[in-house]
Design a protein around this ligand. Structure first.
Ligand code: FEO
Ligand code: CA
Ligand code: CA
Ligand code: CA
Length: 606
């Protein structure tokens, strides 16, 4: 790696100020371009996008809504495949007169459904234009959608056939009338963040899948406690305020098909290089509101995948494979995620409990830190939780982790390993429900309005370790507030930040943080060194349009491009009153992916 452990961060850009505005703001010297928008053609026979006459059939061939996770896999020097999650839809912004799923035109429901899922699109590197007749100049960090028919382009929707794999596949809990074997599911829902594997596949993670189901009040009583633990309503009117997918596909009604919800909430593996491949729902990685799935290779060559469950008071997990990753062995790697061990994290502080008062004031040892342990929940052949079979651990993972005594965290979002040090970083976005008396060293504020970053150092640096040290290097908020901390850096020189969500690293090991819920202006992308002399010097790199959260982010391997995905521009507005018209400013907002690069070809962050 490029570890500059004691050196400077290389983050020389002039940070931008928090603020508002219906554009993407970037530092001086940088350039940007929208790469792909909601409605752009993905498949060869996709019709032109027509905002006033959308159809489900068209949408299933066009780029979907609300871009979240962004991945990139190269094809050659000038072309690459962009993977983008389409987490969910804002029907009020998409359709005129939309009020509720119960009243909506079924074609609108089917259109919104087809706008979920993910897309693979081929993109092409841009070159400087040297002017008429003088040919093309140097390559830039800019990218554009390849035009015409592209063989890897693909739309994945809630209708795409998928396979359930791993130890829970075929279990009674996963069987339905339409799938008596419990191995075939249609589609994925609410895919939030994700990860890339060393063998070139995409891991895309189903998060708030609970919101797509109705009829929980009519489900068998025995199924209700588990449904409720996953946030699926099981009493009263479960239909109002729902998108009502059940009105176009009956399987979303749990009073008729109570197991259908058990078939969502997984990490899904997609091979972007094979558009005909069947996406795999990997049950071995557990079922919860999966945020992301980023890996490290263990000392003995196996793969460890770090997983967050984004809910207040939910948990951090780790999967470690049984077999080793073998470079170039596509067949062997294709089942690596089906066997191994699933762990959940416990954290213990090393300061006296009475020194943690919920205000964010540091304890007398000067750090929110301590040690922790990964508690095994099950392997592919053995359950370690009393009263749960292997399949029950993997389908009712939250309940098994409750039983194992996991540490309740402040909404674990993205988790990512530093390429420079191998240390693991987790964004804990916020937790308005934590009482002051519930504050503990790993979650030191109650309520936690602004979130924090947690650092995990595995014992001996081995991702297979079951014990670790941990630390809270950043306690987010307004740096003028006493209950904030920026790794000891001079707080008069850092910017305010709140609600850290998606994470990535540059090759130097600087942490890049995208926010979802900035208190001071619009959300954005921030960069902060987590080692060396500049540790804690947090700066704002990009600001997204009004109403949007900042998703992506992804820095390409050559360090020349950062992709961000401003999600839900104009959120809170309506079709007739959109409040954002980004990016085209021609009447309505379109969630899109943006490439940002340095105008003189320097590395991102320079
Ligand atoms: Fe979809 Fe936890 O953010
Ligand atoms: Ca401490
Ligand atoms: Ca997220
Ligand atoms: Ca979030």
């Amino acid at each position: 790696g490029h570890g500059h452990g004691h050196g400077r961060s290389g983050l020389k850009f002039t940070g931008i100020r928090p603020g508002t505005g219906d554009d993407v703001a970037i530092p001086d010297g940088y350039e940007q371009r929208v790469v792909v928008r909601w409605g752009d053609p993905v498949l060869p026979d996709a019709p032109e996008f027509d905002f006033t006459a959308q159809t489900a059939d068209a949408q299933a061939k066009q780029f979907g809504y609300n871009c979240d996770y962004v991945a990139f896999q190269p094809l050659d020097r000038d072309r690459g495949l962009l993977w983008v999650n389409h987490e969910y839809t804002n029907e009020a912004l998409m359709f005129a007169g939309y009020t509720d799923g119960g009243d909506a035109d079924p074609e609108q429901i089917a259109t919104a459904m087809a706008a979920h899922g993910g897309s693979v699109v081929e993109i092409r590197r841009e070159y400087e234009d040297r002017g008429r007749g003088r040919g093309r100049g140097k390559s830039t960090g800019g990218w554009r959608l390849s035009q015409g028919w592209r063989r890897f382009n693909r739309r994945i929707t809630p209708s795409t056939p998928m396979e359930l794999t791993g130890p829970a596949a075929g279990h009674d809990l996963l069987r339905t009338e339409a799938d008596p074997d419990g191995t075939r599911v249609l589609g994925m829902l609410n895919n939030c963040a994700g990860g890339m594997t060393p063998w070139g596949t995409i891991l895309t993670c189903e998060e708030n899948f609970h919101q797509y189901f109705v009829g929980g009040e009519g489900a068998p009583d025995g199924a209700k406690p588990a449904m409720a633990r996953y946030g699926i309503p099981t009493e009263g009117d479960t239909r109002s305020g729902n998108r009502r997918f059940d009105r176009v596909e009956e399987r979303f009604d749990l009073s008729r098909h109570p197991n259908e919800a058990n078939r969502f909430g997984y990490v899904v593996e997609v091979d972007p290089y094979d558009p005909d491949s069947t996406p795999k729902k990997r049950t071995m990685l557990g079922r919860f509101k999966h945020e992301g799935a980023n890996h490290r290779i263990t000392r003995d060559g196996r793969i460890a995948v770090y997983l967050g469950d984004d809910e207040r008071f939910d948990y951090i997990y780790k999967f470690v494979s049984k077999r080793s990753y073998r470079k170039g062995s596509r067949r062997g790697n294709s089942t690596l995620l089906d066997s191994g061990t699933l762990y959940v994290a416990t954290f213990r502080g090393d300061s006296p409990e009475n020194e943690i008062d919920g205000s964010g004031a540091l304890p007398s040892d000067g750090a929110f830190d301590g040690w922790g342990e990964w508690i095994p929940l099950c392997s592919d052949s053995e359950s370690f939780v009393e009263g749960f079979s292997v399949a029950e651990v993997l389908v009712h993972t939250r309940l098994a982790a409750d039983e194992a005594g996991a540490t309740k965290m402040d909404r674990p979002e993205d988790i990512e390993a530093s390429p420079a040090t191998g240390k693991i970083y987790c964004a804990l976005t916020n937790n308005s429900a934590r009482e002051p008396g519930q504050a503990d060293e790993p979650n030191p504020r109650g309520p936690n309005r602004f979130g924090h970053i947690l650092e995990i150092t595995e014992r001996r640096g081995d991702a297979a370790a079951t014990k670790f040290r941990w630390d809270v290097p950043i306690v987010c908020g307004d740096p003028e507030d006493e209950g904030t901390y920026f790794a000891g850096y001079d707080k008069s020189k850092v910017t305010a930040i709140s609600s850290p969500d998606n994470l990535t690293f540059d090759e130097r090991g600087n942490l890049w943080i995208a926010t979802d819920g900035m208190e001071w202006g619009n959300d954005g992308l921030f960069a902060v060194p987590v080692e060396g002399r500049d540790k804690g010097e947090l700066k704002m790199f990009a600001r997204v349009p009004d109403g949007a959260e900042c998703c992506g982010p992804l820095i390409t391997e050559d360090q020349k491009t950062v992709f961000i995905a401003p999600q839900h521009p104009g959120d809170g507005g309506a079709y007739d009153d959109p409040q954002s018209t980004w990016p085209d400013h021609d009447g309505f907002p379109r969630p899109s992916v943006v490439a940002i690069w340095h105008g003189r070809g320097k590395d991102i962050g320079s």
